[in-house]
Design a protein around this ligand. Sequence first.
Ligand code: SRM
Ligand code: SF4
Length: 568
Amino acid sequence: MAKQEELVQGGKPSEMEKIKKESNYLRGTIAEGLEDRITGAISEKDNLLLKFHGSYQQDDRDLRNERRRQKLEPAYSFMIRVRVPGGVLTPQQWLEMDAIGQNYGGNTMRLTTRQTIQFHGIIKSNLKKTMQDINKAVMTSIAACGDVNRNVMCNPNPYQSAVHAEVMEWTQKINDHLLPRTKAYHEIWLDHEKVVDSRDDEPIYGEVYLPRKFKIGVAVPPTNDVDVFSQDLGLIAILEDGKLAGFNISVGGGMGMTHGDDTTYPQIGRVIGYSPLDKIIEVCENIVKIQRDFGNRSDRKHARFKYTIDSRGLDWVTNELNERLGWKLEEAREYHFDHNGDRLGWLENDGKWHFTMFIQSGRIKDVEGYELMTGLREIAKVHKGDFRVTGNQNVIIANVSAKEKAKINELIKKYGLTDGKHYTALKQNSMSCVAFPTCGLAMAESERYLPSLLDKLEVILEETGLREEEIVIRMTGCPNGCARPALAEIGFIGKAPGKYNLYLGGGFAGERLNKLYKENIGEEEILDTLRPIFESYAKERQENEHFGDYVIRAGIVKKVENGMDFHS
Ligand code: SRM
Ligand code: SF4
């Protein structure tokens, strides 16, 4: 195998490659920077390395101009992302996360589209304490961000408990196997003693880690709530006689792009074969290593696995994988996905009950008249099963015994918590990314705006008789695609304050990308554009025809078969 340095694609390594190489396995000068009390920030280089530790330096964008006017440094604070493999955490862990939110994170926490938990607004002097509290909860933020494998997603699947347990076990194994091995995290945050002159061993990543982030998600058909085709590596569980037998392997999905740069595009993962269960760790490791060795290390905009694959071809990646494995992937098995949304409300399986709660945009906090954070805390105090964060930013109170159900239900009622079933099916299937005020890349509002847009769209849906029609709608504040908008039947991607590109025609089961329909439009035009389309859908749709399929059949947008045609 050629050395990583010889395989640098596209020329000179980027500045980030240098920073990683010189970081001594992700240490940089983070520890020293934390001690500096003169500023609420850390150095630019350390900020890039901090991501590998699961944290980002941010500043409150609502306050930027005012602070500048007052000649103050921006209102710096930190976001921490806690890994939650498969989204599963114990009630005790939920309580500890809740306490962190109360103590350091402005009385809120955020469930994410990758089943993790984020805290925002943590000031520098609290960063280490927060990391330590996360560790006390037997959780970690290592590699929740950065050029490494991220939190591994897994379908939380409340209606197939036995299979879920099995699939979850493999999710955890894959997650753990691909964690970085550097001791930097423990030294910096947990005060573990530094071993002088020791070189950490990173057998999978090497000292420059991956060219870019890498994402793995595991889906159990017919549910695709992890959006398996948006993942760099998607695993589709194949069952035989009701037991997990192995996984189909999908490669090269990804959502991010840059406005105005057609060489960047969202892409859909493609299935290249099947691996038996006992070989899956080996398959995952080798796919990660292919990306490590062949991913573009000079241009970060083209560094994701999807570009590695698209520039060399699917046959190339399959052959490269087979060669490294020393055996061949088997032919992909049949599978079928029905939907990528959550099944809200109570559900019983194998004698256990599961309540999927609707959480708008994953935001957990108390507001006047809706004590969501408190309600979930009170549930966690008595709940004996587990909590599961879904890939749709909702939470499942899972594994409730028949005996305990009444108690949980009482709390649900007491705090007015909701399964969202009184909302339109469109709202139930909505997601939005964080965007303002914390996200440094946001061009438009998302989490703070989508609810009010939905309220207006719901009026049209009521009028057109589409209240019960499940339509997947997603919004992001920029084209990075954190709420996977390119897979939505209706997708909004922010361009500027109050302006969005509107995309239509994604597949209801997350199997197809959507297509640009209108560019740079504001609320009035959004409503004026969607109303006649909803009206004609209501009149002309065929039996069980989803909105995304309809807009293609009606010729409103063209079908996108491959991300490389996304802009054409
Ligand atoms: Fe994301 C960057 C939030 C899921 C694609 N994402 C960011 C940052 C860290 C902004 C930054 O770099 O400064 C955002 C922090 C905002 C904040 O204030 O919290 C951010 N991403 C999120 C979350 C919290 C959105 C949410 O509302 O839930 C999600 C956290 C997931 C997690 O727990 O790991 C989140 N991000 C995603 C997803 C969806 C997924 O992974 O399933 C995507 C699209 C899939 C993909 O990666 O292709 C996604 N985020 C990006 C990108 C574009 C990557 C690219 O290939 O171009 C960026 C920007 C970057 O990496 O340069 C980004
Ligand atoms: Fe920020 Fe853009 Fe991601 Fe939204 S999509 S959280 S605006 S990076």
